[in-house]
Design a protein around this ligand. Structure first.
Ligand code: AMP
Length: 465
């Protein structure tokens, strides 16, 4: 089995990349802060973890395969001394799963060193890479991020901000970047704000950049604000400088962050992730009334929606599936039988709450349809009289090109089958999906990227897909 198969199968890939950065005026424990920041963002990527530390411009990087806790220990962190740091946890959507592709990426350019950590996918990376290669550039990774670092190095003048501006002017797609260069911490969010990035401050006054606010608050820090779409922030001993580098005024943050990826204790673009999930559940209850005895949620991201459904419908909420918290990286073979075992090892039914009952199961989404089919089977075996399955997001019909691994279009069950056909396929008594309209309501507006639901993307998608 190759690396992609493995990651496609294990634990339903509960991740995408997470980035973190910290800047202090003095030498402080920036590596330790970054480590704990990555720890809080671990749900966004479990394949590799890395930290670059800048000691007033001199950069050192340490990275490895696995979880942050596998890669780092106290001694390694103590040796990473400096006043600023960036960190990255990776889930591969572009580039293979190998150590060369772990981030941050570090490079030496004409005026010093630069380190970059990137969350998101570029849609024109291939074209730029070819142009750079034609011009003699060589690449040591298959990452989009290396294209960014090469573009910055090529444009390098003494003014690193100008070089970064020029590089991001050439790239298209989704990116939340944190960078170290010239004794500065720099953060950039793409013009549509597809991937999240926010600013905060630690208890000791150091500035923090993070993919999600939960990483700032877990450190005892305070959340200041989201980085705006098309904004670059430069943090140094003078504080935070903000530059609006893009004229674009249309926002399109990824709706899937709220639906599935982000932690419920994060607030993204002013919207509390937990609340938006509960609201989705409430709207689902108004949309689809079912006579049932219990509502259960699929851990973890289906639970707030199940609570919302219960509140609105009056059907009692209960725990119906118990998640094994230590499942992490189960190595499994890609056969249907073992796929089923993997779900069963991860989620076990709580028979006492299910037996003899009419059960509503709510999950955040239905992508390939494999998990729902197995879960329904598990819940039926535990003695449920009826099993009604609801998705707290619309049917995923299109691929994502911006960093969410929603599989290729032909693997997406809703791109092949109608709702009724899917219901039969997964053996549910009822099946329904939250409507797009209701999803917009749960997100308090329609300024989101919903390309995976309706095929309309904010940025041109690659033509060679
Ligand atoms: P399936 O329909 O078998 O592909 O699985 C849907 C399940 O995968 C749901 O429980 C979601 O929580 C989870 N999920 C949703 N989106 C993704 C994604 N991009 N990558 C991995 N798992 C996902």
């Amino acid at each position: 089995m190759n690396c992609t198969d493995f990651f496609n199968l294990r634990d339903k890939m509960e991740e995408e990349c997470g980035v973190f950065g910290v800047y202090s005026k003095d030498i402080t424990k920036v590596a330790q802060l970054t480590y704990y920041g990555l720890y809080s963002l671990q749900h966004r990527g479990q394949e590799s973890a890395g930290i670059s530390v800048s000691n007033f411009g001199e950069i050192v990087t340490y990275k490895g395969m696995g979880l942050a806790a596998d890669v780092f220990n106290e001694k390694i962190l103590e040796n990473l001394v400096g006043n600023a740091a960036i960190g990255h946890v990776r889930y591969a959507t572009t580039g293979g799963c190998k150590i060369e592709n772990a981030q941050p990426l570090e490079s030496r350019y004409k005026y010093g060193q630069i380190a970059v950590a990137h969350n998101g996918n570029l849609t024109n990376a291939k074209v730029i890479r070819e142009l750079l290669e034609d011009g003699g550039s060589t690449f040591s990774t298959t990452l989009d991020s290396e294209v960014i670092i090469k573009l910055i190095a090529r444009k390098a003048t003494k003014d690193v901000e100008e070089a970064i501006r020029s590089a991001i002017g050439a790239i298209k797609g989704a990116y939340a970047l944190v960078m170290l260069a010239d004794n500065k911490l720099i953060g950039v969010r793409d013009p549509y704000g597809i991937r999240p990035l926010c600013l905060g401050q630690s208890e000791c006054g150091a500035y923090i950049l993070a993919s999600e606010s939960c990483a700032i608050e877990s450190l005892g820090g305070k959340f200041i604000r989201d980085i705006l779409p098309g904004e670059m922030v430069i943090i140094d001993e003078n504080g935070v400088e903000s530059i609006k580098y893009s004229e674009n005024n249309k926002k399109a943050p990824c709706s899937f962050e709220h639906i599935y990826f982000a932690r419920p204790d994060s607030v993204i673009d002013g919207l509390n992730v937990y609340e938006s999930r509960v609201e989705a559940g409430k709207l689902l209850a108004r949309q689809k009334k079912i006579d049932a005895d219990i509502v259960i949620g699929v851990p973890d991201s289906g639970i707030p929606a199940a609570i919302g459904y219960s509140k609105e419908s009056g059907i009692p909420y209960g725990i119906g599936l118990v998640k094994n918290k230590y499942i992490g990286r189960t190595f499994i073979k890609p056969t249907q039988e073992l796929r089923e075992k993997a779900v069963m090892v991860k989620l076990n039914p709580l028979k006492v709450n299910i037996e003899g009952k009419r059960v509503v199961i709510i999950d955040d989404s239905l992508v390939r349809g494999t998990t729902s089919k197995i879960l329904i089977e598990i819940v039926r075996r535990a003695g449920a009289k009826e099993v009604h399955f609801l998705s707290a997001s619309p049917a995923v019909k299109y691929s994502c090109y911006f960093g969410i691994d929603t599989a290729h279009r032909n693997e997406l069950i809703a791109s092949r089958l109608s709702v009724e056909e899917i219901r039969k396929e997964i053996n549910a008594d009822t099946l329904d999906f939250l409507s797009l309209e209701n999803m917009y309501k749960s997100l308090k507006g329609c300024e989101y990227c919903v390309g995976c639901f309706n095929g309309v993307y904010p940025v041109d998608t690659p033509t060679d897909e």
